[in-house]
Write a new protein. Structure first.
Length: 371
């Protein structure tokens, strides 16, 4: 949406004989004549001009410049890996090679690579090195952080284009979640717990799309079970979280279980997005009429009005025509219980709830769901 303060600045400068908005439009027409994102780039440029006009603080300007450069460089670098499923693996950098967790993380990387998924880590030692060692360079991405003291990426990715260096922790954290189709959490220290809780907070509040969050520990390990006990006995019991918030994560004790959890999540579910005020779940297959009826009944608590509507992919969702073969389940999601949304995803992923091929939907999505 256009920023009203940007419009006010453009009008103010125009009154002074500087029609910068018109000049920006002309330059964008030359640089990106066919881009559907020109309105967004226009707002970005006007925002920078507003900062220059206000000129409050040099430090603010330097932070903004560094952040924009870091974002642009990372977007450009990751473009070559677009379309590949990626799994972010978190865990302690201090886990020694001889520890059973190291072997488990290495196996995790190997099974993900065998299933043609890329493994994202912070690029360091310990769990991160083990996951990349198992995955191999072709299936590894490292999001390293630049620190005042010497820090090198792990041997698998060090010195390759597969490691990206970040100046800011906040931009690095953004890409850990933005690029992840799933997250695997191994035991670790403050940093790992910070990352786990931030991911769960973003997912609980709907600020990041729903993806599998897998807590991975060795057989008989008590790290994540102890954390889950605390969450249940303290956070849930004191009503600090909703009971269904615990549905956002799953505890497993092997790499195969973790992979199965990820693959099960995407067995029918593809992705989700908001179209105006309608929440849309994209599915590889439609659900049956009986399953849709059950959804209407069992998940009415997360639907504000008008019920659930299943239709063929909307042609006006022009962001990616390659998704036109998908079916959409649209509804007015309350947005207040992401754990229940996860239960809905689990429901549509059950094979017995899928429609038979000869009953596939062909009707177009309602125009009201268009951008």
């Amino acid at each position: 949406m256009p920023d009203q303060s940007n419009d006010s600045l453009a009008l103010h400068l125009q009154e002074q004989g500087l029609d910068l908005a018109h000049e920006i439009d002309e330059q964008l027409q030359r640089v990106a004549p066919d881009s559907p994102n020109r309105a967004l780039y226009r707002e970005m440029l006007l925002t920078v001009l507003r900062m220059a006009h206000d000129d409050f603080d040099r430090w603010n300007a330097k932070i903004t410049l560094q952040a924009i450069r870091e974002l642009e460089k990372t977007f450009r670098t990751l473009e070559q890996f677009k379309g590949r499923r990626k799994v972010t693996v978190f865990g302690s950098a201090r886990t020694p090679i001889e520890h059973p967790l190291y072997a488990l993380a290495r196996e995790m990387g190997a099974v993900l690579a065998k299933d043609d998924m890329m493994v994202i880590t912070g690029g360091g030692a310990g769990i991160m090195a083990a996951a990349h060692e198992g995955a191999g360079l072709a299936h590894s991405l490292g999001f390293n952080i630049t620190l005042p003291f010497e820090q090198r990426a792990n041997p698998t990715i060090n010195g390759t284009p597969n490691v990206l260096a970040f100046h800011f922790f906040f931009t690095r954290k953004l890409f850990f979640t933005k690029e992840a189709d799933a997250l695997v959490m191994c035991p670790g220290g403050f940093g790992t717990l910070d990352e786990v809780l931030e991911v769960l907070t973003l997912m609980q509040t709907g600020k990041t799309p729903l993806v599998p969050v897998v807590l991975l520990d060795v057989p008989g390990g008590s790290f994540w079970q102890g954390a889950l006990d605390f969450i249940h006995n303290q956070l849930e019991a004191n009503h600090y979280i909703l009971p269904n918030d615990l549905k956002l994560m799953r505890l497993v004790h092997s790499a195969e279980e973790a992979l199965a959890e990820i693959n099960q999540f995407y067995s029918n579910f593809h992705s989700s997005r908001w179209l105006n005020k309608t929440f849309v779940i994209r599915m590889k297959r439609p659900v049956s009429a009986l399953a849709l009826k059950q959804i209407q009944q069992d998940f009415a608590d997360i639907c504000l009005n008008d019920g659930f509507h299943q239709q063929a992919y909307c042609s006006v969702e022009h962001d990616d025509p390659k998704l036109n073969h998908l079916t959409c389940l649209g509804f007015a999601f309350s947005g207040r219980n992401q754990g229940r949304l996860r239960e809905l995803v689990d429901f549509i992923n059950l094979p017995h709830n899928w429609a038979k091929a000869d009953n596939a939907l062909t009707a177009p999505m309602h125009e009201s769901l268009a951008d």
